[in-house]
Design a binder for this molecule. Structure first.
Ligand SMILES: Nc1nc2c(ncn2[C@@H]2O[C@H](COP(=O)(O)OP(=O)(O)O)[C@@H](O)[C@H]2O)c(=O)[nH]1
Ligand SMILES: [Mg+2]
Length: 369
């Protein structure tokens, strides 16, 4: 417990037999539950964690029960809660199928969940999040199973949520560290910068950076506010979570952390392969955010301005091509085309920048410094 609030850490693990025990052993004492989600590893990850539980993993200091186990008792006013509780039961089939090893989840400190098939890191996090949400854990952090996160920094990641009920999600930021450019492999630094820029636009958290870090903490309120089973299953999951949190009007904060590399981890991520996939995910996320947040749930003129700017800039393309043609061949550009081009470009870009500016202003209230 941290200041009398329950804290859990979700540890996604795929083929981490060499690293996972040191992650478990170095976990700070204030962590009440460690939820290892073995993503159907092909090595001995499951076995080594099992042995750890059988020898040292039991004896969780406090009892944490499943809050939905007995269902919600109906009274005159709580039909909405009953509906949510029933929805949760129906949704269970949408998560990656998994089995829980522990016989006594109410008291064991380390909980071991194994997916019945490999589903990737985002799916593992969703499985762990669900366990924590169903148990009413106040603050749930994520630490990778490969030892790339310094346990000494966990407290600073969790404290904003514990101290301030107004903060829903905290993420580490490695890019602000002075060593970042030298310690992070160059290709990753580049990939991270591109995806961070796209995530700002898509998620509406315009001040966020280092979006690819997995070192995060989330409040119970936020776990209840987003569809956990719908979290993107692969490496784009931190980006997808940010879009979902923004749509749910959740507040976020970044805390500086150290970049940790060369501690025995072996990343399985192929940067050049994931960039296009995550970019497409963010493209869809941007439109979802625009429609859900600024049309269906609430209305804001930025919705119209973004559409106007895209429409004008698309209409502008044939005229741009005509100008290019006139510059490279003998064909003469008509004055009408030139006037239309100037009009479309000026109004299109102005609308775009105004829409972005309004977007920034509107989302400022969801970001804490
Ligand atoms: N690559 C990979 N990692 C997974 C999978 N499921 C869970 N993980 C865990 O997700 C975490 C992050 O993965 P990693 O490849 O180290 O990503 P990176 O640190 O961003 O390069 C590690 O703890 C993995 O063990 C999976 O299917 N594939
Ligand atoms: Mg890693």
């Amino acid at each position: 417990m941290l200041k009398n609030r329950t804290v859990a850490v979700v540890v996604p693990a795929y083929n981490e037999e060499k690293q996972i025990i040191s992650v478990l052993e170095s976990m700070p004492d204030f962590v009440d539950r460690i939820i290892v989600v073995d993503d159907r590893s092909t090595d001995r990850t499951f076995e080594v964690v099992k042995e750890f539980i059988d020898t040292k993993g039991a004896s969780g200091a406090i009892i944490i029960k499943d809050v939905y186990a007995d269902g919600v008792k109906r009274n005159r006013y709580n039909n909405a809660d009953v509906v949510v509780s029933e929805m949760r039961k129906e949704e269970a089939v949408r998560y990656t199928p998994s089995e829980i090893y522990n016989k006594n989840q109410d008291t064991d400190r380390v909980i071991l969940i194994r997916h019945t098939e490999n589903a990737s890191v985002g799916a593992a996090i969703a499985t762990g999040y669900k366990w924590c949400r169903d148990r009413g854990i106040y603050c749930t952090a994520v630490m990778a199973g490969d030892g790339q996160m310094d346990p000494d920094e966990l407290e600073s990641i969790c404290l904003p949520i514990i101290d301030n009920s107004d903060i829903d999600y905290v993420k580490g930021n490695r890019l602000s560290h002075r060593s970042a450019f030298f310690v992070i492999p160059k290709i990753r630094y580049f990939g991270n910068s591109v995806l961070s820029l796209l995530t700002k636009i898509a998620s509406g958290y315009w001040r966020v950076s280092d979006t690819q870090t997995g070192y995060t903490a989330i409040s119970l309120k936020a776990l209840n506010a987003i569809r956990l089973y719908d979290i993107y299953k692969s490496y784009g999951c931190p980006n997808d979570i940010l879009v979902k949190l923004n749509i749910a009007f959740c507040t976020i904060k970044e805390v500086p952390i150290k970049p940790v590399y060369r501690v025995g981890e072996e990343s399985k991520m192929k940067v050049m392969k994931v960039i296009p996939r995550i970019s497409f995910l963010l493209f869809k996320g941007f439109w979802r955010r625009l429609y859900v947040k600024y049309l269906f749930r609430d209305f804001h003129p930025l919705f119209l301005l973004y559409h106007l700017s895209f429409l004008l800039l698309i209409l502008d393309i044939p005229f741009l091509l005509q100008i290019f043609e006139a510059a490279t061949t003998e064909i003469v550009l008509s004055i009408q085309s030139l006037i239309i081009f100037v009009f479309l470009t000026t109004i299109g870009l102005q609308s775009l920048f105004f829409a972005m500016w309004m977007d920034m202003m509107d989302n400022d209230r969801l970001q804490r410094v």
